[in-house]
Design a protein. Structure first.
Length: 160
């Protein structure tokens, strides 16, 4: 069974989002071992300089890189990444399993994104849209897509 780890910066607070995460976590338990790691976001002032953003991303990247598995297939979620339909994501998960990888780490950065160090470590840079979404909502969206990918792979009726 594939291990899917969502490594994200920031903590969920809204009940409707935590309820959605619980629901998709329950659904995914039939297909994979899911783990969600929330890392503390680096605190920065409201009026922030470029160097403060760079330093925050560096600090966050150290925490992220420490959580990535040595042999993981790493997906960095970033706006400049490749867009793919759900069917292609499903095929990617199938291919990862066939190639002998047992773990996928999906990285969601802070509101300032991900450092270049994290992006370089990634096996795939993935984007779901050129639009911007709140990072907390995005967690639900990516879990839904992972669930959809497994449903496609197993011929489930969820994907139409």
């Amino acid at each position: 069974m594939l291990n899917v780890n969502i490594i994200c910066v920031g903590k969920l607070k809204e009940k409707f989002l935590t309820d959605a995460i619980k629901e998709y976590s329950k659904r995914l338990s039939a297909f994979c071992k899911l783990n969600i790691t929330e890392l503390d976001e680096t605190k920065i002032p409201d009026k922030v300089s470029d160097s403060e953003i760079t330093n925050a991303l560096k600090s966050e990247s150290e925490k992220i890189l420490a959580k990535i598995g040595k042999d993981s297939f790493v997906i960095a979620m970033c706006i400049e990444g490749k867009m793919m339909p759900s069917e292609e994501l499903s095929k990617l998960f199938d291919r990862i399993s066939v190639e002998g990888k047992s773990r996928v780490d999906i990285i969601i950065g802070s509101s300032f994104g991900l450092s270049d160090d994290v992006k370089r470590r990634a096996d795939l840079r993935l984007s779901v849209s050129p639009m911007t979404f709140p990072h907390q909502l995005f967690r639900v969206m990516i879990l839904e897509q992972v669930y959809r990918a497994f449903q496609i792979s197993t011929g489930g009726k969820y994907h139409k």
